[in-house]
Structure formats: C-alpha cells, structure tokens
Design a protein around this ligand. Structure first.
Ligand code: F6R
Length: 612
C-alpha cells in the first residue's frame, strides 16, 4: 500500500531514493518523505501530498550523503499530514523508520513507550516502532539488526520496515512480514524496495525475502538472518523487466502506454503454449493427468479487476473442461465456511501478488487442504510464493493504478488453463484445442486493430464527460466486461457507473434510466441462444426511456437503436472480453482526462492493497 525504498552506496542518496519513490508512487501518494544518513543527526524531510511536494521542499541545502530511506504513503492510521508522513523518528532524531502495512498492537506499544518517557508526535502506528527500536538498539549496544529482531518479535500485524541510524549511517536494516520487500544487489551499492521497479535502473539482480527475514545492508554487503539471528541463504534472481518498461515512453500517462502495450502483453503470455502435437503446455500447474481428472470443483478468488478475469474463467472453464467453477471476491471467501477438499482447485488471480485480501483467502484455502494455483504478474511476490503452483502472466510492470494489460493477460492465462484442463480430462479434442489456440494467437493483432481506430471513440467520449451516471450492459461473457467497464469509469472518472447483466435490467435498474443517461451495451458475439437479439431488445427498452446508447459490436453484427456503434474484430464468442474491454478502457481513460483527474493515480486508491 505504501512504497518503500532504501539505499546505501556511492551515489548522493537522495537521487536513487527520489527516483525510486517516483517509480513506487503508484503504491500510495498522499504523502512522501526521506531520511538521509547524515552522521550525528539524520536529515529528515516529509510532506503531505504528492511526491512533487517533497521534491519542492528539498532545496539546495540537501546533504550530499550516501545512504537513506524513502517512503510514499497510502494513509491507514492518521490522516495524510506532514506529521503523519514517514519516516518516523525516535526522540533523538538519530533513528528513522519507514513502514508499509499495519502494526495491530500499536496502541498497547505506544502506551508502554509513553510510560517510559517517549514523546510521540504523530497519530500513526509506525511511530511506536521508531521508539521501540530506539530502546532496543540501546539494549543491544548499537546493533540495529539485533534491535530489529527483537522489535519484530514484539509486533503483531503485517509490515515491511526499513530503519537507519545516524551512528552507523551506511547500514540500512529491513524486514518483512506479509508485506513485500526485495533487495537489489548492485556493484558497490545496494537497495531495498517494495518493488523492483524502484531500482531496476541500477541493477537487475534481486534477492527475494521470506517471512520475518531481516536484511542488513551496507554498500558492499548484504546479510540475511532469521529471527533467531541465524544466517539465511539468499535467493537471488534476475529481473526480466527492463528499465524502459517502467517509464512512460512518450505517452501522456502510464495508463495509456499500458493500454497500447496490450497486444504485446497478450502475445508474450501466449508464447510457446502449444506443442507440435497440439498439447497445451502448462507444466507450471504441477498437476498429473489423474489429478486433473479427479477435480470436482474450481473456486476462483480475486479482487477488483482480477475478479472480472475470474468471472471469465467461469464461462471458459465450464464450457471447455466441464468442471463447475465458483468465483468469489477474495475478501468474502474466508469469512464464510467454504467447502474445500483435495478435489477442489483454488485459482487465485492477482496482478501484484501482494493483495492482502487474496493472500488471506489463499492461506485459508491452503489450511483447509485446497490446492492453490495462482495467476500472477509479479515475480517472487508473496501470493505465488505461498501457492502450490504459479502461472505468470507476461504483462510487464503495470504502473498505472487502474489495471489494463494485467487484466487481458489474466484472461489469457484463464483460457490456457481452461483449454489444458479440458484437453487432459477429455472434454476437448486436440483439434479443437489447436483451432482455439490459433484463434488466441490472432488476438494481439485484433487488439492492435482496435487501438488503431480509437480516436473517434476518444472524441465521442468527450460528449459524455458531464454525465454523472453511466450504465453498462452485458450478457454471458459480456457481463464481466460490463462490470469492468463500470469499475474503470468509477475509479478514473469518479462517475457513478454500474454494470448489469442485460436480463437483470427490468428487475430494477431500468428505473435509473433518464433522459440522456449514457448506456454502453456489449452486444454478445456469436448467436448462441439468440443472446444478441435479447440484447438488442434491452437496447430498445433503455432507448425508449431516453438513454443515449453506445453499442460495442463485432464487425458485421446487426445493430439497432444505437447512437454510436464501436466495432471490434470478429473472434470466437468466449474470446470477446479480450477485445470488448479495450474500448471501455479508452472510454474511462478519456473521461478522466477530460474531467481533469489524475489518470495514473486516482484519488483514494493505491495500486497494491496490502491491508484487509
Ligand atoms: C482496478 C484495479 C484493482 C485491482 C485489485 C486487485 O483497476 O486495479 O481493482 O484489480 O486491487 O489487485 P491485484 O490484481 O494486484 O490483486
């Protein structure tokens, strides 16, 4: 939820720290701050608001020192003010701490520390850690790592913590529990951050950390220990993303860049998935043919946009593999008594791999004996590490808060799983799989075609910019598309938007239609059950009540009653979401731009939601 970065090395520390924070700002952007390792007393600056406020406050007197920590915040405890911004310091201002997550027992700790004479200045849970660490460090005769070890034992909750002390300013100490932290291994310099994007410009060597592992880094050393102080072997890996992937590359916003990266993201996720003898290759599933044949149920858990990919999974997997699929919002899953046994496959979908609601649902499923397969875009993040199997999507870093390319690749992953399960359990013939896979390979080109013709849609969008309600209608596989269109519009344009199944309209929502209400209808592809005709009737129903209707329809499909028709290329009906979602992303993007909203960092949101 917050972004964290630490640096020690030869550079003037404020440069990699501010650069890192800029890359992490998607994680939280209501305040930002840095602590620099000036000997004697730390240099601290922190400001409410965007990172640019902090940058403006850092004037020419900025010390040229070589270590520090930086933080960009998404407020949980205490509003977004200068005082509540991180870093938090002890009373000598010699020790500074930054934190992502929640310290659940902070009230108790604060009372104990205040009773010992510590003076608190903020309303945050984090400040308790600064005071606690300060005491523990004294007990351990200046050993910050030993102090961190004891502090962690006293803390409840989820956290990534980084700390620095003015007496040994080139040492940065970090720890993680249920919250992300990666180490970047440089030459004569080292980094720690919530996400590799923060240091990818400087190094592509990273170390993943396990739960409760403590990192002590200097410019030339990285030591990882467990809570007992025992040395832990570093798990190093190469970062496959390149630095340019985390930059805007000439686009006005990351979101627009990411929308335009979708053809490549989809193509990359599909690469090498069909063998010469037409078998879907998904070794990552780690499931034998017998295990697949004995599956009785699949439950998909995810949040937000990823949940919409889960809804697509239901249609695709039930159709191809004939296995019943439930889709559940992750935050609801573990608070009922879900029936899970070894014949249930749990599929978790998460772009970041850090979403706390999804992580907790995964843990619940595993504890109940379920097998968990995760679809994820972020290498070595927590959810994949705790799952039995992982299928990585290849969307590359998604920086804009609103998810676009990650969704399309999640849907592709879901198709691959559906085809594989159906092929192995005999519901699909090899030739059917081959033909469907060929159609999948056509999708990147078809997305490109849509993107080449979006300009008129952008113009049209501007005529809706002052509406306060927009409704989306879909049927069958178009229903999750309608939900996604509405979610994108809400989060980016701050407009009341709802997605409905076309057939539900007459059961209540039609009362929302008024003169001029925009309604975007996704005309079902294919003609199964005459769903397209049913949607055309829904269009007439809303039009008769004054709605302005935009229809998304396949090339050549018959459309009536629409003020505007957005054409998408023809594809098998189940693949329609990959195409029909794209104009809706552009619609939401343009609405946000016209309304003057912050596209990449919409209000009140954060990219990675690491609190429940
Ligand atoms: C919406 C959006 C969110 C995320 C949700 C899950 O545009 O981005 O709804 O989809 O927070 O995030 P991940 O996929 O990281 O678990």
């Amino acid at each position: 939820m917050c972004g964290i970065v630490g640096y020690t090395g030869p550079q003037s520390a404020s440069i990699p720290l501010i650069e890192g924070l800029r890359r992490l700002e998607y994680r939280g952007y209501d305040s930002a701050g840095i602590a620099l390792g000036t000997p004697g007393k730390l240099f601290i600056e922190k400001k409410a608001g965007k990172l640019s406020n902090l940058e403006n406050a850092l004037d020419a007197t900025l010390p040229n020192v070589h270590s520090g920590i930086g933080h960009t915040r998404w407020a949980t405890h205490g509003g977004p003010t200068d005082t509540n911004a991180h870093p938090h310091v002890d009373n000598d201002e010699k020790l500074a701490v930054i934190h992502n997550g929640i310290i659940e027992n902070y009230t108790e700790l604060r009372a104990q520390l205040e009773a010992k004479g510590h003076k608190f200045s903020s309303e945050t849970d984090t400040e308790s850690v600064a005071h606690l660490l300060s005491d523990l460090r004294k007990e351990h005769e200046g050993d910050l790592t030993a102090a961190m070890r004891d502090a962690v034992k006293a803390l409840r909750g989820s956290f990534t913590l980084l700390a620095i002390h003015a007496d040994k300013p080139d040492v940065v100490v970090g720890v993680r529990r249920n919250s992300p932290l990666v180490v970047g291994v440089g030459k004569g310099e080292n980094f720690m951050a919530s996400d590799v994007a923060a240091f990818i410009e400087y190094t592509k060597h990273a170390i993943e950390l396990g739960q409760d592992e403590i990192v002590t880094m200097t410019p030339t050393s990285i030591e990882i220990t467990d809570l007992e102080g025992k040395s832990v072997k570093a798990k190093e890996y190469e970062i496959s993303w390149d630095a340019s992937a985390a930059q805007k590359g000439g686009f006005a916003h990351f979101m627009l860049k990411e929308i335009f990266e979708q053809p490549k993201a989809v193509a990359d996720t599909l690469i090498g998935r069909l063998s010469d003898n037409n078998q879907i290759l998904l070794d990552e599933l780690h499931m034998s043919a017998d295990e697949i044949r004995s599956l009785k149920k699949i439950t998909v858990i995810a949040c937000g946009t990823a949940y919409h990919a889960g809804m697509v999974a239901k249609y695709a997997i039930e159709k191809w593999a004939k296995i019943p699929v439930d889709v559940e919002i992750a935050s609801e899953f573990r608070y009922r008594d879900p029936i899970i046994d070894p014949s249930t496959l749990i599929i978790a979908i998460s772009q970041s791999g850090e979403t706390m609601d999804t992580l907790m649902a995964v843990r619940h499923a595993k504890a109940a004996g379920g097998r968990v397969l995760t679809i994820c875009n972020t290498n070595s993040s927590t959810i994949p590490r705790e799952s039995d199997a992982v299928l990585y999507t290849h969307a590359g870093p998604e920086i804009a808060v609103a998810s676009t390319k990650a969704l399309l690749t999640q849907i592709i992953a879901v198709y691959l799983i559906g085809l594989h399960l159906g092929q192995v359990n005999g519901s699909l013939k090899d030739t059917e799989v081959r033909d469907l896979y060929k159609e999948l390979l056509e999708l990147p080109g078809k997305i490109e075609q849509i993107l080449e013709t979006v300009e008129p849609l952008r113009e049209l969008t501007r005529t809706f910019a002052h509406n306060n309600t927009v409704l989306f209608l879909g049927r069958n596989i178009g229903y999750p598309v309608a939900l996604e269109g509405a979610l994108k519009l809400k989060e980016l344009a701050y407009i009341h938007a709802e997605g409905f199944a076309g057939g539900e309209l007459k059961h209540g929502p039609i009362a929302l239609i008024d003169q001029g209400t925009p309604v975007i209808a996704i005309l079902p592809a294919g003609h199964e059950h005459s769903l397209d005709e049913k949607m055309l009737s829904n269009i007439q129903e809303v039009k008769a009540r004054g709605a302005r209707v935009i229809v998304i329809a396949e090339e050549g499909a018959h459309v009536e009653g629409a003020e505007h028709v957005i054409r998408i290329p023809v594809a098998p009906a189940l693949f329609q979401p990959v195409l029909a979602t794209v104009p809706l992303q552009v619609f939401a993007y343009e609405m946000a731009v016209v309304r003057g909203n912050d596209v990449d960092q919409p209000r009140n949101l954060a990219k990675s939601v690491t609190v429940e």
